[in-house]
Design a protein around this ligand. Structure first.
Ligand code: ATP
Length: 269
């Protein structure tokens, strides 16, 4: 049903409660240190829509991985809320969280975290086994398809320690896609790849976004960040910039026209 808003913030509030895929409200994270609590996140407010390709940038130690851990439910906020698709995940117990993450989210960790005692293909099949997705035959075929997509199918029966860092990273990406999750969160997924392979992997991500997935990607690569639909910058645990470098000028023109018409703003942002 049509709903008109008088203020941009009212429209944003409405959307946060009803439509946003990811909403973080005043998220703080304190780590216990000998010197007392250290706040790695100091009150993050953030909303992310379906189908966005969001880059997370910031200097080393600014809080990017901590933020990602809040969104993936790998760690919990000290205060504030994390709402995913209308569900407050910070209230989940460990079992609920693991199941929810398994079907909803593909995670590419900064240091891959492949299980060293499982072969490459077993690592990729693991999320499907854990969530009981697909038949066992399909799991194998799907894992091979994903390994082939990432150009590491020849490594399928090796242990992770027998392949290079870049290959491990590609296996970790294949594993993140195993359950065909609607959201993928990747911490420096191209950090160990040469620039050509990094571009190829990035284009694969773009294709997945075009198919409707939502991608969040921590990166130190400014060239890649500029190609994303949205880039947020973290500094000292705070969100200090939120920009849309890849927004087309046409989109910006439409927004400008709407504002200059002086019409009541609708939930178009
Ligand atoms: N378990 C922990 N205990 C104490 N301090 C921590 C812990 N984990 C992270 N920190 C601190 O919190 C801050 C944010 O760390 P985080 O790993 O989120 O940063 P980052 O932006 O991801 O860094 P990088 O780009 O180097 O990966 C840093 O100052 C870090 O030292």
């Amino acid at each position: 049903m049509f709903k008109a808003f008088n203020r941009r913030s009212e429209a944003a509030d409405y959307k946060a409660e009803n439509e946003y895929l990811i909403t973080l409200g005043d998220v703080k994270k304190a780590y216990k240190t000998e010197a007392g609590d250290f706040y790695a996140l100091k009150g993050i407010d953030l909303t992310i829509d379906r189908g966005e390709f969001v880059g997370i940038i910031g200097k080393s130690g600014s809080g990017k991985s901590t933020l990602v851990n809040m969104i993936t439910g790998i760690d919990r906020p000290s205060s504030g809320e994390v709402i995913m698709n209308g569900t407050a995940i910070h209230h989940f117990n460990e079992g609920q969280m693991a199941k929810w993450r398994g079907v909803t989210m593909g995670v590419v960790f900064q240091f891959f975290q492949l299980l060293p005692t499982l072969t490459v293909i077993e690592n990729v099949m693991l999320p499907m086994d854990f969530c009981n997705m697909y038949s066992s035959h399909e799991r194998h075929d799907r894992a091979m398809e994903l390994l082939s997509l990432m150009d590491v199918e020849a490594q399928a029966n090796k242990l992770p320690t027998m392949i290079s860092g870049g290959q491990q990273q590609r296996v970790a990406i294949a594993r993140a896609l195993a359950n065909d999750p609607p959201i993928v969160v990747a911490d420096e997924p191209t950090g160990n790849l040469d620039s050509r392979t990094a571009e190829q992997v990035f284009h694969l991500f773009e294709n997945l976004v075009a198919q409707g997935k939502t991608f969040l990607m921590v990166t130190h690569d400014d060239d890649l960040a500029e190609q994303m639909s949205r880039v947020i910058t973290i500094a000292d645990g705070e969100l200090v910039a939120d920009s849309r470098p890849a927004a087309s000028s046409a989109e910006l023109d439409v927004e400008a026209d709407t504002e200059s018409d002086g019409e009541t703003e609708k939930e178009s942002v």
